[in-house]
Design a protein around this ligand. Sequence first.
Ligand code: ZN
Length: 289
Amino acid sequence: MKNIFEHTSASWVKYSDYEWRTTEDGKEYLLPTKDAMPKPYDPMKDADNLVLAAADIGLMLFHKDSEKAIKEAMRAFACKYGLLGIMTAMPTTAKFIEYEKVYFHKNQIIPAETMDTEEYIGLFFPFRKPDFRKKGLESVWNTNDRMMIALVMTYSIEPQAMVMSFMRDYGEQYAWLASVFRDWAFTLVTATLYYADKDRLDETTLDLYRKGMAAFEGNTPTYHLELREHPTMVWDFHSLFLFTSTLTDEKNPLKICRQCQRPFIAGKADAEFCSPSCREQHRKNKGKK
Ligand SMILES: [Zn+2]
């Protein structure tokens, strides 16, 4: 069979549409709609906007925006960038399918140290389980959906779990997504404050920041922050967090707008507002006081 995706250079998959669905026991999942089309793409090409969009959702959670608005933002994010690949990111190895059991990094999403492989995979297929069986180290996975077979062929050199996370029936829970996006915003806020105030803070306070970020790293295996010359987010490779992205570079740092509190990429290093309208609004508010 001709691989329908053979001419795409891509490292992640997004579908044309996603929806929220609730399981019988009340868990809410985000997953592709029944008729959505999968599309491989290269997240590196739009990395800045991806980071911004993710940080934006995290800050919505921080600010306790309405759940309806947050869900819609997550759905829009998935339509643009796909789901996050949480299934592959939580285990200690992306190749966990090759082992008898799954072992986890310490994390807030799966509160277990280890789990049966089939049971674990089942968590991510809430409405229709994949035809997947495991016996000792061996596993068998069948699919007869042509589109899914094409995806498997496209990503044949990648870990099997990553490819499974591109399947139409794969979904991610609201609570998991919220946890990842919230952590993300925490990193952004901490890093932004750290670098904004670096020259004014005393050594004790700076040390507190560093410790905060170190603790953060321990809890979130999918990415961690390194305090190089600029704070740099280092991402794991088999989730959507798959690239190294500089949170701030000298000329165009990622900042939080003083007026609307949303993240933006600053055109100038000393910019404080995301837009002329926010600058204007801030000036007006100040005038009132
Ligand atoms: Zn703004």
